[in-house]
Design a protein around this ligand. Structure first.
Ligand code: NAP
Ligand code: MG
Length: 401
């Protein structure tokens, strides 16, 4: 069989622990036999990040800006325990944070829907993609405990020294106060990423805030989305046959529970944090969740939503068998390959991505799966495969097609 040829390399960001083991197996068994795989390789494994003073993460993000499409393995975000475990020079920042800051993107998370792993919400038939704004609000807040009676004000001092102030509260006793912010630029990027992604995936876009209560803050989000939609996307949406729908956050939540799925739900930072965990657990498993960072400049970075599966890795190191789910990591690769195929006009690459996804789902639907899925499947007597055998089963299925 002739291998599929690529034109532009994918930016390949390798990672840590169990997902690094899966990464290698996926490449060897599912990609290299079929594709003349072109990648520009960046080793984001913690050891190499430490050796390069984390320069490799910045280089990988810059390469993504050069080529447009990246695929990333899960990576360790160091904490105190990792400092000792890896003898780190510094507690390096989260690579995802570094990459997101450079690419200025929005993270879209979508569950992989498969027969036999049924969502807890019966009427959810299609995936619900959460688009989370990843800047500001409560994540960059300033808080104070107010010890007793007194006045709290918000004060803005312009560059020329003029000030404007608003009373927050006249405290008559102890309490708490919080200051948050966001930026028009960041909200605009968020909006554009969402509109672009909706067009790209042919799905309706929902957006919700609490603008009835937050008449300036949340209202700014609503207005920016509406302005950009009217100016740059209305016509494109109408031509594609998709809709942009704005509503209040509580109305959105109520509607989503009754909906069929198949749309994108754009969420402010906090809403996205909370709702993506709800949606992913309701759809079955974190191991069945894909994640893509889309920048308003048209860069894409695909990854699995889960971490490096540390506990499985330690078992692997002890020579014990693991049954780690590789589906989300496989779908990170197929997402990236399909996007590369689209951008370079290589149909064979897109078709291959489709086939690999179908083969993966077929294996699960035929009752062969990893332990995490076997515990929740509605399929009777599932066959539990180890990490390697699951990937080999997908290869066998792929070769049939
Ligand atoms: P995790 O790697 O997502 O794993 C948490 C637990 O979820 C696992 O112990 C496992 O449960 C289950 N699980 C997750 N993915 C699975 C899979 N593919 N197959 C089977 N089971 C799976 O989260 P963590 O253990 O909290 O974090 C480990 C490391 O990952 C940390 O260093 C963290 O910084 C990093 N992390 C990276 C990213 C990223 O790069 N995007 C995201 C999150 C976390 P059982 O052990 O019960 O089987
Ligand atoms: Mg969360």
């Amino acid at each position: 069989m002739e291998k599929i040829q690529m034109k532009t390399p994918l930016v390949e960001m390798d990672g840590d622990e169990m997902t690094r083991i899966l990464w290698k197996m996926i490449k060897e068994e599912l990609l290299l036999p079929f594709i003349d795989l072109k990648t520009e390789y960046y080793d984001l494994g913690l050891e190499h990040r430490n050796e390069t003073d984390d320069q490799v993460t910045v280089d990988a993000a810059k390469a993504t800006m050069k080529y447009g499409v990246a695929v990333k393995c899960a990576t360790i975000t160091p904490n105190a325990a990792r400092m000792t475990e890896y003898n780190l020079k510094e507690m390096w920042k989260s690579p995802n944070g570094t990459i997101r800051a450079l690419l200025d993107g929005t993270v879209f998370r979508a569950p992989i829907v498969v027969k036999g792993i049924e969502p807890c919400v019966r009427n959810w038939k299609k995936p619900i993609t959460i688009a989370r704004h990843a800047y500001g609000d409560v994540y960059k807040n300033t808080e104070m405990r107010i010890p007793g009676p007194g006045k709290v004000e918000l004060v803005y001092t312009a560059e020329d020294g003029t000030t404007t102030s608003e009373l927050v509260h006249n405290f008559t006793g102890a309490g708490v106060v919080q200051g948050m912010h966001n930026l028009d630029d960041s909200i605009e990027s968020f909006a554009r990423s969402c509109f672009e992604y909706a067009l790209d995936t042919h799905q309706d876009l929902w957006f919700a805030t609490k603008d009835t209560i937050s008449k300036k803050y949340d209202h700014r989000f609503k207005d920016i989305f509406a302005e950009i939609y009217e100016k740059d996307y209305k016509e494109k949406f109408e031509n594609t046959g998709i809709t942009y729908f704005y509503t209040l956050i509580d109305d959105a939540v109520a509607r989503i529970m009754k909906a069929e799925g198949g749309f994108i739900w754009a969420c402010k930072n906090y809403d996205g944090d909370v709702m993506s965990d709800m949606v992913s657990s309701a759809f079955g498993s974190l191991a069945m969740m894909t994640s893509v960072l889309v920048s308003p400049h048209g860069y894409y970075e695909y990854e699995a939503a889960h971490g490096t599966v540390q506990r499985h890795y330690y078992r692997h190191l002890k020579g014990e068998e693991t049954s780690t789910n590789s589906v989300a990591t496989i779908f990170a690769w197929t997402g990236a390959l399909r996007k590369r195929g689209e951008l370079d006009g290589i149909d064979a690459l897109c078709t291959f991505a489709d086939k690999l996804e179908t083969a993966t789902l077929h294996v699960i639907e035929s009752g062969k799966m990893t332990k995490d899925l076997a515990l929740i499947t509605t399929i009777e007597d599932p066959v539990v495969l180890n990490s390697r055998d699951f990937i080999l089963a997908i290869r066998e299925e792929l070769e049939k097609n």
